[in-house]
Design a protein. Sequence first.
Length: 455
Amino acid sequence: MKSRIDTFVAIITWLGVTCIGALAMAQSPSSGLQSFEPVPPGFRPLFDSAKGTEGWHARPHFDPNKLAAMSEEVRDQKLNEWMTEAAKHWRVEGDELINDGEGPYLVTNDEFRDYELIIDYATVPMADSGIYLKANPQVQIWDYTRVDRFELGSDLGSGGLWNNPAGSKGKDPLVLADRSFGQWNRFFIRQIGSRTTVYLNGRLVVDHAIMNNYWQKDQPFPVRGPIALQTHGGEIRWRNLAIRELSPDESASILLEHERQRFSSVFDGETLDGWIGNTGSYEVANGAIRCIEGQGGNLLSEDIYQNFQWRLMFQLPPGGNNGLAIRMPTPKPDGKRDDPAYQGMCELQVLDNPHPKYTSIDDRQRHGSAYAMVPAKTGYLRPAGQWNFQEVTVDGSTVSVELNGTRILDADLSRVTEFMNDRPHPGKDRTEGHIGFAGHNDPVEYRELWIRRLP
């Protein structure tokens, strides 16, 4: 963890130093970054001026889902048409990639899941542009002095997630960080799942905000996607485009660290102190709580919770099955176990559902679902054997689950009237209880257990 934090501090220091140093430079975009380090260590270039637009293709503002649904022949024809048109509007000069303000966008051939992105740009008065992340619009770029766009927020500056709903976190930048025209600007963008952080010229403008799915508004943000450079009516120059893809462990650590000072640990990493229930069915190994293979039962917190946020990391073996027990009754003295899915408020499924043996299960049994009541969105689970980050928020009758930076469940259980197999859930309206794990004989592991109480 220390090395990861040190790396981030180094990057932010690098951003701040280079940005401050540029303030006194000449106004010409072609010279405004000459004393900048091109990119910090560990990043790879997305654009090589010697190779031109190799590694990129052209696409206008076009739904990537519709493009993917085309036949290969029709799709290739479209892409060729767009690239031919793009050649009229894009050019390379020195180490700069330049667009005249018109034509299709340039889009990376590669797609990315979790990453850190460096992009420098210089533009002109009245311009309006942006950067698409995972093919979704957009990190906004525009003229912050343009009075006719003040009602749209141009005076707040660039860097906001422009297509997020009005009033939502990240829609507007936290500070005005744009430089005067004729100077280069630098973006540092981190995206993990849908969680998006943006620094502009070394200043935080978007802080860990969820970026919305523009193309499919009823769906979570895509797992993977390309980076795109928008054309929008004014010349824009790009340089120092570089990316660093994050490992699953890095991504989980970053998500865990965000505002961690607001959370308290509920696991010491060495013992089951503070836990009750079927303690004999669980063990502590390598800093994690693990259900003993072939055993099960409920391991519950001693403390009782009402409304809370619970952060944790978990690892599934192939085909692994477990669950998070939410607002459970206190265990009975006779040792008889309550079923979290029915006697508790709910069991949030923890399941390697891509495994072939789960092909035919009900959607309400897949990972992250309020078991047998509300299905979670799928496709965001990491492969078996890798650690996942999950945050659960329980507030009144609502339960939400965020998996690896993307919200996959947002449910009001008080409104659920249809149940799997028509079996009622008498505990779903509980307002308090223990939290914990519902073992189902598989060696599922949990670590980094942090919780904070909500009002």
